[in-house]
Design a protein around this ligand. Structure first.
Ligand code: CA
Length: 224
């Protein structure tokens, strides 16, 4: 899961980042409204944490512009001001959830979980062929057999299941799982796909991760 934190108070942004990273999220920060909006428009994040008071463009405007541009990533809005008028303005601008500063890590995680659950539409598993990925436990299941995935394996598997029979490029996997500013190279995607193939065959799955030259990967059901 990738989260973008848009917050100009660098210390707070960094502390949110490290709190979330300890929970296994991948986190990137933007320190003003404009670059936050531009990052968010890339569409590679599962959730945005958006401060209201920001230089260049405030959080309300960021949310509004994202929604106008059909960017539907869930937004958790942060503000020092908790009065009702601001909350209504934020929700009207397109925020999904509100958290008043100061907050503790427990409140932050509870809000994030609520949003991600809502985003998933209460889906807690994804299926392909004879195989199910349980989202809550990062487990692949097939005919009574199961295997746990690491955080990165899970992210790659989830993306593959989302695109199913459509090709998913290595570049898309890298930017969504490792982030734009990482040093990950295409080889990372190949290594994780190889590990997933091993785990899939280990539980007797009929799901194949098929590589198409230049196009990336897609899933197929293996004929028995
Ligand atoms: Ca601020």
């Amino acid at each position: 899961m990738k989260i973008l934190v848009i917050e100009d108070e660098k210390m707070l942004a960094d502390s949110i980042k490290s709190m979330l990273e300890r929970k296994g999220f991948q986190v990137e920060c933007a320190y003003d409204g404009e670059s936050g909006r531009d990052f968010a428009m890339l569409g590679i994040y599962d959730l945005l944490i958006l401060d209201v008071m920001l230089p260049k463009m405030d959080g309300f405007e960021v949310a509004e512009q994202l929604r106008l541009n059909r960017c539907n990533t869930p937004i958790l809005m942060l503000t020092a001001r908790s009065d009702l008028k601001d909350r209504i303005a934020g929700l009207n601008a397109g925020a999904d959830y509100y958290l008043a500063k100061p907050f503790d890590s427990g409140e932050l995680f509870a809000s994030i979980n609520a949003l991600l659950r809502r985003q998933a539409g209460h889906v807690n598993e994804m299926a392909f062929g004879n195989t199910v990925l349980e989202l809550g436990t990062s487990t692949l299941l097939c005919d009574g057999r199961s295997v746990r995935l690491s955080a990165r394996e899970f992210d790659v598997m989830r993306l593959l299941l989302q695109s199913g029979k459509r090709n998913l490029s290595k570049a898309a996997i890298l930017s969504r799982v490792w982030g734009l500013d990482s040093n990950a190279v295409e080889n990372h995607a190949e290594v994780y796909v190889a590990m997933l193939r091993k785990k899939l065959s280990g539980i007797g799955s009929n799901v194949r991760i098929v590589a198409s030259r230049g196009l990336g990967y897609h899933l197929e059901v293996k004929a028995v």
